[in-house]
Write a protein that binds this ligand. Structure first.
Ligand code: ADP
Ligand code: MG
Ligand code: ZN
Length: 479
């Protein structure tokens, strides 16, 4: 029998706020010594009261709006009870039946096709402390306890590992565009779980799902889903049944391993958090947050194609990171007619510079207008393409403007026909062998002769003119 995979994703993303979810401690704990960002509230000392972090609520609503969710007028926090050393209160303040955002969707591109993934809910909760297990015992750092954490849950609309990968990539791009989370999986600022089940192709009902945890990179998500689909197919094909369990991804052995049997909502004894008031979101408040939405990657991509006529393959690369897209747009604003040429330089030389030094767009030593100026100098023929690359290199090192480098180093392209004719006459005279070969029909040697003429001008000649003049000279000498 042929099976179809059904996948739903649960993503936790730490919210980038100054303070923690329910206390005034700094949420920026990444490089802080252990247990220095703590107070009676996040350590759960007796008698303390939590206070809702408004910025975290707004960031979560902003995320929901970017995912086309509805923001219900009433929402509240609930206690999710469980016992684990990383949870000082013995319960986590989370949201159960009235989350901040419901019923959205995210469109992702997979193999040239658009797929719509439903978003069931986005809710807000608090992160747990961090446990480090050593041979001498377990260490606990409460700096992370109480950091705002949003959870984004999809409908079971994903059908393959590739779709899951595309969904996570697009979601992370959006979180970063919004500035609500770093989306950094290596640092644990974004974590995800995949729910995977199989059903006979054509069937309507879902099969029993397995939840996979410990997915620490996009690659492990993809590998774990592929592995789990394979494991479940084997099980079903041999007449077995899938059990509803939680499994962990073993990165070393590249397989899923049983962690525990499934826990159900009733196991958590959810009840409304009595220490916090419900939140009532008025349409005006939601509208105020909506106005903070930036142009999202998908809309940017469409606009670049429509307004600038940029190739769609290029567009995807330009909009993938918000700072890159903004850099590009500012460069285009300086030279609107050169949108595609600027895109080519961004995706070629600028991206190469960034990846070579593992730099980010923010670290570029040149401004968007400076890049636009360089592209214009190449476009209007002041310098040729090869010299353009050298000039850009120098700009990246010194921060000097393109025109100034061209002027100071005398790099302007030689388009003066009289000067170039002389050079070509001497190239033809100095290379009788290749010239004879060309005459005998070996047209390949033309490239060599062009190269010689370019060398004689330190690469500054206008290649098109050199080529025309050379062809003319070879023709003449043939007569
Ligand atoms: P649980 O109660 O186990 O947390 P939920 O109903 O909350 O399950 O769903 C968690 C995630 O699992 C969601 O993303 C949902 O879309 C997905 N999901 C639910 N049922 C299935 C299924 N049969 N196969 C795959 N994914 C599923
Ligand atoms: Mg769940
Ligand atoms: Zn605190």
């Amino acid at each position: 029998m042929e099976y179809e995979a059904i996948i739903g994703m649960e993503v936790h993303a730490q919210v980038l706020t100054r303070s923690k979810m329910f206390c005034g401690c700094s949420a920026d704990y990444a490089s802080a010594p252990a247990n220095t960002h703590t107070c009676p509230v996040c350590l759960a000392l007796p008698g303390v009261l939590p206070v809702i972090n408004r910025a975290a609520v707004e960031a979560t609503v902003l995320t929901g709006l970017a995912l086309s969710c509805t923001i219900p007028p009433f929402t509240k926090f609930d206690r999710k009870n469980y016992t684990y050393p990383d949870l000082p209160k013995g319960y986590q303040i989370s949201q159960y039946d009235y989350p901040l955002c419901v019923g959205g969707h995210l469109d992702v591109q997979v193999a040239g096709e658009s797929r719509r993934i439903g978003i069931r809910r986005v809710h807000l909760e608090e992160d747990t402390a961090k446990l480090t297990h050593t041979p001498d015992g377990s260490l606990i750092d409460f700096n992370r306890a109480g950091v705002p954490l949003m959870e984004i849950v999809t409908e079971a609309d994903i059908r393959s590992a590739d779709e899951a990968h595309a969904y996570l990539t697009e979601l992370r791009t959006i979180l970063r565009y919004l500035g609500v989370s770093s989306g950094d999986m290596e640092r644990g600022a974004m974590r995800c779980e995949a729910n995977v089940s199989l059903r006979p192709r054509g069937a309507r009902a879902f099969g029993t799902k397995v939840e996979i945890k410990n997915l620490n990179s996009f690659r492990s998500v993809r590998n774990a889903i592929v592995y789990e689909i394979d494991r479940q197919s084997g099980l079903l094909a041999s007449g077995g049944a899938v059990e509803q369990v939680t499994m962990g991804w073993d990165e070393e052995r590249q397989c899923t391993v049983f962690q525990r049997s499934k826990e159900y909502a009733e196991d958590y004894r959810y009840f409304p958090e009595p220490d916090l008031p419900p939140i009532e979101m008025t349409p005006v408040e939601v509208q105020t947050i909506r106005e903070r939405l930036p142009e999202l990657p998908h809309d940017k991509a469409q606009r670049y194609e429509r307004e600038f006529g940029i190739k769609s393959a290029d567009v995807a690369l330009l909009v993938a990171e918000h700072p890159t897209a903004l850099f590009y747009e500012q460069a285009v604003a300086a030279r609107p007619a050169l949108a595609q040429a600027i895109a080519n330089w961004m995706l070629g030389e600028v991206f190469r510079y960034l990846s070579e030094g593992e730099r980010t767009t923010a670290e570029l030593p040149i401004s968007p207008a400076m890049l636009a100026e360089l592209v214009a100098l190449v476009d209007d023929g002041t310098i040729n393409n090869t010299v353009g690359k050298q000039v850009l290199n120098e700009m990246m090192t010194s921060g000097e403007a393109a025109a100034s480098i061209v002027e100071r180093r005398g790099l302007a392209q030689i388009s003066d026909t009289v000067a170039l004719e002389q050079i070509i006459t001497s190239v033809v005279a100095q290379h009788p062998g290749p010239v004879a070969q060309y005459r005998e029909g070996e047209s390949k040697v033309l490239g060599f002769l062009i190269g010689q003429a370019m060398r004689a001008t330190q690469g500054k000649a206008n290649v098109q003119i050199v080529r025309d003049l050379l062809l003319q000279a070879l023709d003449d000498s043939q007569r």
